[in-house]
Structure formats: structure tokens, C-alpha cells
Design a protein around this ligand. Structure first.
Ligand SMILES: Nc1ncnc2c1ncn2[C@@H]1O[C@H](COP(=O)(O)OP(=O)(O)OP(=O)(O)O)[C@@H](O)[C@H]1O
Length: 323
């Protein structure tokens, strides 16, 4: 239907969608003569965790820097918490959290003092819903730095420094948090604690989180949605399961019976296994169901983008290679 303009009748403004935290349309970025982003589109809603994946040089950091308001885009319509990041003021900035690569300034300051000092900046931006800043002792506890609260920053280990980076990023209780490769340098225990923290921020505080990582296992554990950036565009956007299904719809079921090996592909693996066990019961041994992993999906989709060749079959090749 075509809209008809009636002279003198003001258009009813759309109420802002409070839950739409990121709205990126046709984002383009050019450095000199190098086109890095050719039209990036995606949205994020309140409390969602998004992982932005892509090969080195794909433009992940560029995208995040545009959204943070640190870099001016070449073209496109971008709204971050309802505001164009190129025009965001201090009040808008106070609603964002950014975890950059390591906090190296103020090496002589003590951890507690850094957080108290930075936290003070956020106090005027408290709202009825969000009390800012995060109380320092609670924050230290949350990021696992209580025992190091009185250490000077320059005396922290690499992993402790990274925890401080995270604390600096969330001290203002951000509504939107950007994490650029957050767990580089974490030991396995710190990584698990960090994952718990991300879940807690998203589930309890409804923080929207956009993270970049090259660790697909981490992306799968943390993200509600995976975005794959390649060739200057988002080439895939969905849950880890959806992406895996997209490149390999069928699951592969393997089993042995009476010493003989069997392999079968089925869209509904559960129904197939139920029938199989119903028919042969205890005779079925070494039952295995395998779907494409997020890594299979990532490799296939990026390969397709880079070569222009449909590579559905490549998943099977990788699966075979892994055996
Ligand atoms: N300030 C700049 N001036 C010119 N070119 C730049 C600039 N910053 C980035 N680039 C180029 O833009 C492209 C994208 O870089 P970007 O850092 O955004 O990629 P990335 O996906 O974050 O990569 P990585 O996974 O390696 O961190 C690269 O080719 C890079 O060389």
C-alpha cells in the first residue's frame, strides 16, 4: 500500500524501540582507497550476547570502533542505544562499556584507586534503573581482584591486568559492553570465571554484549548469536546451532551391529535413533551422532565467501579428516 500524505496532518512519530540497542544498516568504511566494510547490517536487542567473528583484517575492530564512536564511518545508518555514535554526548558515552587491550596507564596507581577514580566519572549518570558506578569492593569481588586491590597496576600479572581491563569496562554498569578479544592471556580458571561473568551481566543486568574473538569454542559458549564478517559484509547471522545446520542440515549417525559398521544421514537424528534402538535394542553398539560444529560452519562459510565456490561438501571433507 502506498502512504498518502495529508497536508497539515503531522506524521505520528514511531515510539523509540528501547530494546533495540544496536541498529546497523549498510555500514561502509573506506581507508584511503581500501574498502573494508561494504555494507554491514545487523541489530542487537537488550540482553543479547553477540560474537563478531571473521578472518584477520576482516574489519571487526573497525566495526566496533565505529559503534563506540571512536571512528567516523564513511557511510551508512548506525544507531547505538538510539543515538548516532558520531554525535554521542557524555551521557550516551556513560551508558557504554569498552574493554580495550590492556590498561597500561597509571602503572603506579593501586587497583582500588583506579576503579574508584574512574567510577566517579559515572556517578552523575545514575538513573532510577541503574545505580552508577559499581561499588568498588563488589566489583573487585566480581572480577576476582579482591586479593590484589592494593597492588600497583604495574605489579599485576598479565591475567590480573586483563581482569582489571574488564573491571574498567564495567565500572559504569554499561547497558552495552564491547569486548575486543577479552580472554587473551587468561588461564582456564580465569576464562571460566569470565564466561560466568558475561552470562551474569547479560542475564541479570540485561547488558547487551558485543565481543570479538578468534576462539570459536568461546563464541559458542558465550554468544546467543554469531555474526561472521567476511568480504566486508555479514555473511552469517544466527545461533551457533543455526549456523551449523545451515552448512550441514543432516546429522550423521554411526553404529556397529553384529561386528558390522553402519553410517546413515538423517535430518531428524533423534527419531532415527529411537527407531534404530526400537528395532535392534542391545545389538546396537558404539552409537555416535555427529553434526557440523561451529568451526565447520565458520570454515565453510568463510571459504565460500573468499573463493566464491559453494563448499557444502567441504564440511564432509573436514569431518572425514577429523576421524
Ligand atoms: N587506521 C587505518 N588506516 C588504514 N587502514 C586501516 C586502519 N585500520 C585498519 N585498517 C585496515 O582495515 C582492515 C581491517 O582492519 P581491522 O583491524 O578492522 O580488522 P580485524 O577484523 O579487527 O582484524 P584482526 O582479526 O586481525 O584483529 C585491514 O586491512 C587493516 O589493515
Amino acid at each position: 500500500m502506498t502512504a498518502v500524505e495529508i497536508p497539515g496532518v503531522a506524521e505520528t512519530p514511531h515510539p523509540p524501540d528501547e530494546d533495540l540497542v544496536l541498529d546497523v544498516r549498510d555500514l561502509r568504511m573506506r581507508y584511503g582507497s581500501l574498502d573494508v566494510l561494504h555494507g554491514v547490517d545487523f541489530t542487537a536487542r537488550r540482553g543479547e550476547v553477540l560474537a563478531l567473528l571473521g578472518p584477520n583484517g576482516a574489519g571487526k575492530t573497525t566495526t566496533i570502533e565505529v559503534l563506540e564512536g571512536f571512528r567516523m564511518r564513511s557511510a551508512g545508518d548506525v544507531r547505538v542505544l538510539g543515538v548516532d555514535p558520531g554525535r554521542g554526548d557524555e551521557r550516551w558515552r556513560a551508558r557504554l562499556g569498552v574493554v580495550l587491550q590492556s590498561w597500561r596507564d597509571h602503572g603506579k596507581w593501586r587497583v582500588r584507586d583506579v576503579l574508584a577514580h574512574l567510577g566517579d566519572f559515572y556517578a552523575p549518570y545514575s538513573t532510577d534503573r541503574i545505580r552508577r558506578p559499581w561499588p568498588v569492593d563488589e566489583l573487585l569481588e566480581t572480577v576476582g581482584l579482591t586479593a590484589h586491590a592494593d597492588k600497583r597496576v604495574q605489579r599485576l600479572s598479565g591475567g590480573q591486568r586483563r581482569r582489571l581491563d574488564v573491571a574498567v569496562g564495567i565500572v559504569g554498569r554499561p547497558e552495552l559492553l564491547f569486548l575486543d578479544e577479552p580472554t587473551v592471556g587468561f588461564d582456564p580458571a580465569a576464562r571460566r570465571e569470565f564466561h560466568d561473568l558475561v552470562h551474569r551481566l547479560a542475564d541479570l543486568d540485561e547488558t547487551t554484549i558485543l565481543l570479538t574473538t578468534h576462539d570459536l569454542d568461546e563464541a559458542e559458549k558465550l554468544a546467543d548469536r554469531i555474526l561472521i564478517l567476511a568480504g566486508g559484509r555479514i555473511i552469517a547471522d544466527g545461533s551457533p546451532d543455526e549456523l551449523a545446520r545451515r552448512v550441514a542440515g543432516d546429522a550423521e549417525i554411526r553404529w556397529t551391529r553384529a561386528g558390522e559398521r553402519f553410517v546413515h544421514s538423517a535430518t531428524d537424528a533423534t527419531a532415527f535413533v529411537r527407531d534404530l534402538l526400537g528395532q535392534h535394542g542391545d545389538e546396537v553398539q558404539e552409537l555416535e551422532v555427529r553434526r557440523a560444529s561451529l568451526e565447520d560452519a565458520y570454515m565453510t562459510l568463510v571459504y565460500e565467501e573468499e573463493t566464491g565456490v559453494r563448499a557444502g561438501a567441504a564440511v564432509r571433507v573436514w569431518q572425514e579428516r577429523d576421524r
